[in-house]
Design a protein around this ligand. Sequence first.
Ligand code: ATP
Length: 512
Amino acid sequence: MKHKELLVGTALGVLGFLVTLRVNVWPVLLVCGLGYFLYTSGGQIKGIGKSKVGTVVGEASTIRFEDIGGQNVAKRELIEALKFLRDYERASRLGIRPLKGVLLSGPPGTGKTLLAKAAANYTDSVFISASGSEFIEVYAGLGAQRIRDLFSRARSLAKDSKKSGAVIFIDEIEVLAGKRGSQVGHLEYDQTLNQLLVEMDGLRFDTGVKILVVAATNRPDLLDSAIMRPGRFDRTVTVDLPDKEGRLEILRIHLRDKPVAGEVSLENLAKETFGLSGAHLESLCNEAAINTLRRGGATISSGDLTEALNKVILGEKLERRPSDGEMQRICAHEAGHAVVAETIRPGSVAHITVSPRGNALGFVRHSPAEDRYLYPKEVLEEEIQILLAGAAAEDLMFGSKSTGAANDFRRALDIAKRLVMYGMSPIGVVDRETASLDLIARATNDIIKSAEISAARILNRYRAALVKLSEQLFEKETVSAAELRNYLDVPGKVSWKWRKPPARKSRIRRGV
Ligand code: ATP
């Protein structure tokens, strides 16, 4: 600071002297102004001067491993790696080389940032984070400088906070550590990655601030092999979508400070949320509390949670209501899905509704009996039947299908193709490269046809339930799974008020 003031004082003095000598000082002022502008723009303009990683956050983390639901394997692996850092003296007596980097790999919203923060808390280190994309610039050398900056800031932050360690968290590491030579303008990318490797190679644990680099990625396949070399990121921890137990723990964590009604079964909710990440579950709990506030309730009811779940999966409810004719079709369509699903897999339907949300005009939410990671042939065939049941119900009740089934058809075809390609069709194992397209198309078609016939057969058998459910949906918009089960249990006479299918032949004769 003193130097700066001295410099400014001297410069003003010289300028004043030149003015008294009647020298034109404007060119000098112009050059000085330009230099100052480039200096203060922090290298953003020309890649020179000082540089900063945009959103680097330095903080003392308060997240504990107990605040992270599920992810038991990831937590165990990470804690083991951190123990060497926490108990450095003991580890060094055994000659253990502490880990310099841990790579967390998994889908978005599964808790990778949380794990890195918990790691900082566990080792009593400061937490500093940045995203891979912040290091990539078109200006040569700037990315590398930002890496240097990040490590030196981590050190100074730890010293300022009187901590012995720092956890540097780099999100989206694949952006800066992609395979070298594979990027457009790759020299800048390569320099940035090289600088990261140099910094990691230079990390020491016997003196100064102990630094652990935690990186996260959704695409480990894109990473340069140099980064995975022992001595760099030598531990990869998979952070997957939570299983049923994990979802239950996450729900408990995010509902612990919210008043929840006694009737709510978190076990059921955990069962119904297969495929959702921790971030989805957090949002679900928040939305449920908002629903409670909206209706002026005192505690979060199961209705609030169901509404929130529908919103998280499909989006906000839409205001528009289709015409009565369209609505009847939508009701029949959704009833078709629900009847076939519940008949094939009793107890699997959780909720049926025809209120439009996001891109869906209606939907049936399924609640699988257990999480599934392997799909046998029968399960995939059932899935196709359930998908085709919507169109089959429309056909049965209105004599034609509609565009509402387009997405169902696309998904059904996708599964049928997988059945063929995985060797589960009557044509056996197929070689993708030599099998004729015609053969694959015929095998796929056969699967679809047979599923269509099965779905139609079920709907014919449970026609009374299909009609009752469609009518109830038309009246109430939402029907519970328990009501559906009642309709399926009571065989009744079929008598529906809606338009019967017109005779197809007469339509053809009229040329419609
Ligand atoms: P991304 O890959 O998109 O950066 P991420 O894996 O880093 O995502 P986080 O940022 O850690 O995900 O999680 C986002 C939010 O989701 C957290 O703030 C937390 O509220 C919630 N969350 C995610 N996973 C869990 C979990 N296992 N336990 C509790 N909350 C979780």
